[in-house]
Write a protein that binds this ligand. Structure first.
Ligand code: BG6
Length: 481
C-alpha cells in the first residue's frame, strides 16, 4: 500500500482527460478523506502553463456538494504543482525526478512512493513509459506504479506490439490498465451480488436463463470528435472494453478467492470459452440527422471521411461454450445518438412451463449501471383485490431511495483508490486484452474491409436502426410489458 507521502504525477495534465476526470477524481478522494494533505500532486505536460494557470483550468470541474467541500478546494490546489517539459528528451524527467526527491527529503520518507498517471494519447505513451522507467523510477529505493488508459491497441497485432514495448519496462505488478467501467458502483457490485446470494447461484445457468443482453445507449453523437471516432467506431470504443468487462464479471465461474489474480483468472477462463463471433449475425448502424433537423448526422461532421461506413451503433450476439452457458445467447448492444442515455444488463429467465398460466411474462432481472443504479426483478403476481388476473410487477432495489445517504464514488475515484492500495482486481490484465482482441479483430476487419456491409441509418435521437426489434427477437430477447 502507498503511504501518506505518495507523489502522484499526472502526465498530460493540460489535456481534456486530466481536466475532466483525473484531477476531479483526485480532488474527490481528498474531499472524502481518502487522500491526505501530505500527498503531492505534480501535473506534467508540454504546454507552457504556470502553476496558477493549471489550477484555474482544473478547478471548475471539481464537485463541491457541501460548504465544507468548497473550502477544501484551495487546500487541495495547494498540493498541486506543475512541470512543463517535453515527452521525448531527458530534461523534463530529470527535473521531475529531482522535484520528487526534494519532496521526499522534506517529508523524510524512508521509501519513495510514486504513482504515474498517464492521461495521454497512445502516440506518446510508450515514450513516456520508457523515460519514466529510465529517469524517474525509484528502483530499489521505493515503489512505483503506472496507470494507463485505453486505447490498448487498435486490434490484436497492435495490442500485442504495445504490450511488447511495455512489458520489459513495467512489470504487470506495477502496471494498472484502466477500464473505467470497472470502477462503476454497479459493476463492482456484480461479484458480491452473484456470489453472496446463494439462491442466485442455483439459477445462474442455462437451465433457468434464456437470454442475456448488455446494452449501452448514449443520447449524444460524436460532435466535435468525429475525426477521432471515425477510425475507432462504437465496437472498439465501448464494446471490446467496457461491455466485455461487464460480461466477464457477470458470467465467470466463482473464483477460488476474491484476490485480484483469482478473479482475473476466472475472467480469462470465461473469455476463452467465447465462440468466434458470427459476422453474419451483426446489426450495424450509423446515425443520420435528427427527425426535426436540429441535430446533425454522423456524416455531416466535417472531420469525418465522406461516405464513411463507421459504425455508431452495433448489436452482436455471442455464445459462451461451457456447461453453464451453452445455448444462452448473449446480446451486446451499443449506440451513440440514441433516444436516451442508459447502460444496463437484462437477464431473461425461461418461461413457466407447467401450462397453468397462459400468456405470462418471463421473469427478467434488470441491473442498471447508469444512470441511477438499480436492480429490479420483473415478477408475475396476482392483481390485488377481487381480480384473479396476473400482472407484472417489480421487486425493486433502487439505490436512490435505499441508499440515499451513501456516497457513491465516481468510477475514477474508486479506481485510483484501488491503485493506491495496490489492488489490481479492477484493472485489466494483459491476457484479458489478448483474448478479447482476438475475438473482435476478425469482426472489425470485416466491418472495415472491402465487403463491409453499409450501416443501417437511424435518426439521431431514435432507438436505433429499424431492424433492431427484429434482431433482438431473433436472438432470444423478447420485449415485454
Ligand atoms: C469512453 C468512450 O470510453 O466511454 C466514450 O470513449 C464514451 O465514447 C464513454 O462516451 C462512456 O463512459 P460513461 O462513463 O459516460 O458511460
Amino acid at each position: 500500500e502507498f503511504k501518506e507521502d505518495t507523489v502522484i504525477v499526472v502526465f498530460g495534465a493540460s489535456g481534456d482527460l486530466a481536466k475532466k476526470k483525473t484531477f476531479p477524481a483526485l480532488f474527490g478522494l481528498f474531499r472524502e478523506g481518502f487522500l491526505s494533505s501530505s500527498t503531492r500532486i505534480i501535473g506534467y505536460a508540454r504546454s507552457k502553463l504556470t502553476e496558477e494557470e493549471l489550477r484555474t483550468r482544473i478547478k471548475p470541474y471539481f464537485k463541491t456538494p457541501t460548504e465544507k467541500s468548497k473550502a477544501q478546494v484551495d487546500e487541495f490546489l495547494k498540493m498541486v504543482t506543475y512541470i512543463s517539459g517535453p515527452y521525448d528528451t531527458p530534461e523534463g524527467y530529470q527535473k521531475l525526478n529531482s522535484t520528487i526527491e526534494e519532496y521526499d527529503a522534506a517529508s523524510k520518507v524512508k521509501e519513495s512512493h510514486r504513482l504515474f498517471y498517464l492521461a495521454l494519447p497512445p502516440s506518446v505513451f510508450t515514450t513516456v513509459a520508457a523515460n519514466l522507467k529510465r529517469y524517474v523510477h525509484p528502483g530499489d529505493k521505493g515503489i512505483a506504479r503506472i496507470i494507463i488508459e485505453k486505447p490498448f491497441g487498435h486490434d490484436l497485432a497492435s495490442a500485442q506490439a504495445l504490450q511488447k514495448e511495455l512489458a520489459p519496462l513495467w512489470s504487470e505488478d506495477e502496471l494498472y490498465r484502466i477500464d473505467h467501467y470497472l470502477g462503476k458502483e454497479m459493476v463492482k457490485n456484480l461479484v458480491p451480488f452473484r456470489f453472496a446470494n446463494n439462491f442466485l447461484s442455483a439459477c445462474w445457468n442455462n437451465n433457468f436463463i434464456k437470454s442475456i443482453q448488455i446494452s449501452f445507449k448514449e443520447p449524444f453523437g460524436t460532435e466535435g470528435r468525429g475525426g477521432y471516432f471515425d477510425s475507432i467506431g462504437i465496437i472498439r470504443d465501448v464494446m471490446q472494453n467496457h461491455l466485455f468487462q461487464v460480461l466477464t464479471l457477470l458470467m465467470m465461474e466463482r473464483p477460488v478467492s476474491f484476490d485480484a489474480e483469482a478473479v482475473r483468472d476466472e475472467k480469462v477462463r470465461l473469455l476463452k470459452s467465447i465462440k468466434p463471433f458470427d459476422k453474419d449475425n451483426v446489426l450495424v448502424g450509423q446515425y443520420t440527422r435528427s427527425e426535426d433537423g436540429s441535430k446533425p448526422g454522423y456524416l455531416d461532421d466535417e472531420t469525418v471521411k465522406p461516405g464513411s461506413k463507421c459504425v455508431t451503433f452495433a448489436c452482436l450476439t455471442l455464445q459462451v461454450e461451457n456447461e453453464r452457458w451453452q445455448g444462452v445467447p448473449v446480446i451486446l448492444r451499443a449506440g451513440k445518438a440514441l433516444n436516451e442515455g442508459k447502460v444496463e444488463i437484462r437477464i431473461q429467465f425461461r418461461e413457466n412451463s407447467n401450462g397453468m398460466f397462459k400468456d405470462i411474462n418471463r421473469n427478467e432481472l434488470v441491473i442498471r449501471i447508469q444512470p441511477d443504479e438499480a436492480m429490479y426483478m420483473k415478477m408475475n403476481t396476482k392483481v390485488p383485490g377481487i381480480s384473479n388476473s396476473i400482472a407484472v410487477t417489480e421487486l425493486d432495489l433502487s439505490y436512490k431511495s435505499r441508499y440515499s445517504n451513501f456516497y457513491i464514488p465516481e468510477a475514477y475515484e474508486s479506481l485510483i483508490r484501488d491503485c493506491l492500495r495496490g489492488d489490481h482486481s479492477n484493472f485489466v490484465r494483459d491476457d484479458e486484452l489478448d483474448i478479447s482482441w482476438s475475438l473482435f479483430t476478425p469482426l472489425l476487419n470485416y466491418l472495415e474491409g472491402p465487403d463491409a456491409p453499409t450501416p443501417q441509418p437511424y435518426a439521431y435521437g431514435s432507438r436505433g436502426p429499424a431492424g433492431l426489434t427484429d434482431y433482438l427477437k431473433r436472438n432470444g430477447y423478447v420485449f415485454q410489458n
